[in-house]
Design a protein around this ligand. Structure first.
Ligand code: DX5
Ligand code: ZN
Length: 236
């Protein structure tokens, strides 16, 4: 899928629920993907963790390439790894349609972050920058021109099943008020029926959902309820 195709999904399938492939049954990935496709998931969110940038370890390009064989759904990788620029090509080659890197992984080296986002775009993938709950939104100054997507973390990255942190709403509101209209705002962490409405009101349009999809027996119900709740009048 081209960058433009995934941007089109962001623009037309809103609100987009992106199941987080952190909480799925890895013993039965094929079945999980089939169920998510049948449930109408517009894309899959891939949580890549290295045990260094975050205190947890998940999977790498080999598993992403395996998933690529199983589905034509867009694969949006959230790289929670140190030195993401060094591994970019591996994730692009594995078939990612979007790649999000953490601002915090670049320290003060904003030039390298901007260069990395430009490399993602040059590979015809959607570029994303993630920002942790404690990071000042001013750190994104000068970066947003190269970012198709900003992933606002509403938990400390590393684990699923955490409680939504309302500080993310302030970050979303600020970005929503100042962003380029082509930049998509996504939110990740603790998104469920009681938090998704507030995040939508604050400007998020892509909603990463781990527990609120995978802890439910019926993914179709979970995704359609979250989609409906996000933009329901009076919610949040
Ligand atoms: C956390 C990950 C999230 C997480 C979301 O580091 O980036 O994508 O899996 O899980 P829930 O929805 O359970 O908070
Ligand atoms: Zn994530």
């Amino acid at each position: 899928m081209s960058r433009q195709d995934l941007l089109e999904i962001f623009n037309t399938r809103t609100p987009a629920i992106a199941p987080s492939m952190l909480k799925c049954d890895f013993g039965n990935l094929h079945r999980e993907v089939e169920l998510l496709e049948a449930a109408g998931a517009p894309l899959l969110h891939l949580d890549v963790m290295d045990g260094h940038f975050v205190p947890n370890l998940t999977y790498g390009p080999v598993v992403v390439a395996g998933l690529r064989q199983l589905t034509s759904l867009p694969l949006d990788a959230h790289l929670m790894i140190s030195q993401p620029a060094d591994f970019l090509d591996e994730y692009l080659d594995a078939g990612c349609d979007g790649i999000t890197v953490h601002l915090e992984a670049f320290g003060q080296d904003t030039a390298s972050l901007i260069d990395t986002l430009a490399r993602i775009r040059a590979a015809d993938a959607v570029s994303g920058v993630a920002i942790n709950p404690g990071t000042s939104v001013s750190s994104l100054d000068g970066v947003l021109e190269q970012a198709d997507q900003v992933l606002v973390m509403s938990v400390e990255p590393g684990f699923g099943g955490q409680t939504f942190m309302p500080i993310a709403l302030e970050t979303l509101r600020h970005l929503d008020a100042t962003r380029d209209p082509d930049t998509t705002l996504a939110v990740d962490g603790g998104i469920g029926p009681t938090t998704i409405g507030d995040a939508y009101q604050a400007g998020a349009r892509v909603f990463v959902a781990g527990s609120s999809v995978f802890d439910r027996p019926d993914y179709t119900e979970a995704i359609s309820e979250l989609t409906a709740t996000a933009s329901a009048p009076g919610e949040g």
